[in-house]
Design a binder for this molecule. Structure first.
Ligand SMILES: N[C@@H](CCC(=O)N[C@@H](CS)C(=O)NCC(=O)O)C(=O)O
Length: 241
């Protein structure tokens, strides 16, 4: 359990998450759940065996992506909507997702940045390796990812968290993506000291160990095998220690 919640675990028996640990968007939801101290049924779907394209899964999510979340009749197929739904519906604390419209909008705009900019850049770098026999990260993708690191480093200048003084769902979603991109294009601690400091702080949260570490390792092993190099999910934080 992360530092955010201190209440007893809420078990929502009517909710199910279909997920794959190696997927950053799934890990964003898994971290969100642990940060909110919410337990739901989790079903593993093997993307590598194309299980996410099975008929019953596609019936829930025609986009053929994970995660998929179901709460009785409600089906959600985007990690950002899943986390904000869970926070608004089941989490009695307005830190991770502020209730005031201004605070909420600031979190939303970072979630949209993750969905609209970071995730596509991650997939543009990872998919050729995972699915198209590419044996390196393409130079254009390295450039795009490093531009994102630069944006994030700027946002984090002089503040501990992405929205300011409190950790929110935006930190969780973006940490899932950036920690995965870091395996493909390691974050240079000299060029992006604020980003590395934030990544290190995130990695110390207990929900990060319970819900991000394992899938990240799995992704690093898989990418390392394809690229025939040793990749690591470790964060080089000595610079900021
Ligand atoms: N915006 C979506 C993105 C979902 C997404 O792209 N998921 C990837 C895994 S990270 C996926 O399911 N990929 C299917 C594939 O690789 O075939 C979210 O945040 O949930």
């Amino acid at each position: 359990m992360g530092k955010v919640g201190s209440k007893p675990m809420a078990t929502l028996k009517h909710c199910t998450l279909w997920k794959a640990d190696r997927s950053p968007s799934c890990r964003a939801v898994m971290m969100g759940l642990d940060a909110m101290n919410i337990s739901i049924t989790e079903v593993d779907v093997d993307i590598d065996k194309a299980e996410h394209r099975a008929q019953d899964i596609v019936a829930m999510n025609p986009f053929q992506t994970l995660p998929i979340f179901k709460d009785r009749e409600l089906i959600l197929t985007d990690s950002h909507s899943i986390n904000t739904y869970l926070a608004a519906r089941y989490h009695n604390c307005n830190k991770l997702l502020p209730r005031d419209p201004g605070g909420r909008a600031v979190v939303d705009q970072l979630l949209l940045y993750n969905c609209g900019v970071l995730q596509p850049r991650y997939r543009a770098a990872a998919d050729p390796i995972l699915y198209e026999n590419c044996r390196f990260v393409l130079p254009d993708q390295i450039y795009e990812i490093e531009s994102s690191y630069s944006d994030l480093d700027g946002i984090l200048s002089g503040r501990p968290w992405l929205t300011g003084s409190l950790m929110t769902l935006a930190d969780i979603s973006i940490a899932a993506t950036v920690s995965t991109m870091n395996i493909l294009v390691p974050v240079d601690k000299k060029k992006f000291p604020n980003l590395i400091r934030w990544m290190y702080t995130m990695s110390e949260e207990s929900f990060y160990s319970t819900a991000n570490d394992k899938g990240l390792e799995e992704f690093a092993r898989r990418i390392g095998k394809f690229l025939n190099v040793e990749t690591s999910s470790k964060i080089c934080y000595e610079f900021v220690k």
